[in-house]
Design a protein around this ligand. Structure first.
Ligand SMILES: [Zn+2]
Length: 330
């Protein structure tokens, strides 16, 4: 059990007396089995927060507040080569200055290796994984032999080269570069709160995907699924750039026997070239000297009316009400 689960208010209900609490007309809600809302914001410390990441932070937090839920902060710092020095400290300072208050201890993916290893071993024992020795070039070459054209911004669909390779019999003692999860005729359907019904034929659109990378880092998809389950996240609110990851994550949840959270993918903030605002393309850091102004820009991006105040306290008192009354709570 991780620190977050330990910090949950266990026994909150069990300890309540059978008498009806003041203001409640019916019996206490202990019979309805409703899971209490848990949301999260999960930045990668590759650079400071910018207008794009602030939208995800704000929407995830407002949705949690509007559902009287908990809002957690998770640092997705597995991909060390991409981390920027000092970025984590900057993000935490920015969130604090903007008035974000997580309801639980900070979780760092870089400290959770054993948890990802457990999930990986479970999948391996169940026969869902196989080692892959292909380089990117080999994958690209065999796809081009098959006449597959790579679509812009889409990962290559793995052609299955190593799928049926007998294990432990590589004549040249080839070392596994990565471990992939088998995707047989899997079709994933889910409902997104913004995008509605989504259907993905995982085998043809993604193929067998990597869980343990050639550089020995856990793949993002595995870490996110394990963390969301262990942190008991009920609602994932994040940018639409991750819409394409959702089917893979749901598939892993199914294989691991985890519950499926609800999903809400937010419209991306684009730069003047129509590209997603990102640290990599030099998006400007949020100026924390005028926090409400930054928060109001994010409100407007979400189609919510900006608050006419300079006070952070007033902003945080009112903004969840605006979210509650908006189409986001349909
Ligand atoms: Zn391979």
């Amino acid at each position: 059990m991780n620190a977050l689960q330990e910090s949950l208010p266990v026994g909150e209900r069990a300890a309540s007396s059978p008498r009806t609490a003041p203001g409640q007309s019916g019996p206490p809600d202990c019979q309805n089995g409703a899971t209490r809302y848990v949301g999260r914001f999960a930045p990668s410390p590759t650079g400071p927060l910018h207008d794009g990441s602030l939208v995800a932070a704000l929407a995830s937090c407002l949705d949690a507040r509007a559902h009287s839920g908990r809002w957690l902060l998770r640092i997705e710092d597995l991909d060390r080569p991409r981390m920027a020095a000092g970025a984590l400290e900057t993000i935490l300072e920015q969130l604090h200055a903007l008035g974000f208050e997580p309801d639980g201890p900070l979780v760092h993916q870089s400290e959770r290796d054993a948890l990802y290893r457990d999930a990986f071993e479970q999948l391996r024992r169940d026969g869902h994984l196989y080692p892959c020795t292909c380089t990117r070039k080999e994958i690209a070459d065999s796809l081009s032999r098959l006449g597959v054209v790579r679509e812009r911004n889409r990962d290559l669909v793995y052609p299955g080269t190593c799928r049926n390779r007998p294990q432990r019999s590589d004549p040249e003692g080839v070392v596994a570069r990565a471990w992939r999860v088998r995707v047989d005729q899997v079709e994933i359907s889910w409902h997104d709160r913004e995008h509605g019904a989504i259907h993905e034929a995982l085998a043809t659109q993604v193929g067998d995907f990597v869980l343990l990378r050639a550089d020995k880092l856990w793949a993002y998809q595995l870490a996110v699924v394990v963390d969301d389950a262990l942190q008991q996240v009920t609602d994932v609110v994040r940018g639409a750039d991750l819409l394409g990851s959702t089917a893979r994550q749901i598939y892993l949840q199914q294989l691991l026997g985890y519950p499926r959270p609800r999903y809400l993918h937010l419209p991306l903030v684009l730069d003047s070239q129509g590209e997603k605002l990102s640290k990599q393309t030099g998006a400007k850091a949020i100026a924390v000297k005028t926090p409400v102004r930054a928060l109001n820009r994010a409100m407007e991006h979400l189609g919510l009316e900006a608050l006419d105040t300079e006070s952070l306290r007033e902003f945080w008192d009112e903004a969840p009400k605006r979210w509650s009354a908006s189409h986001w709570m349909r």
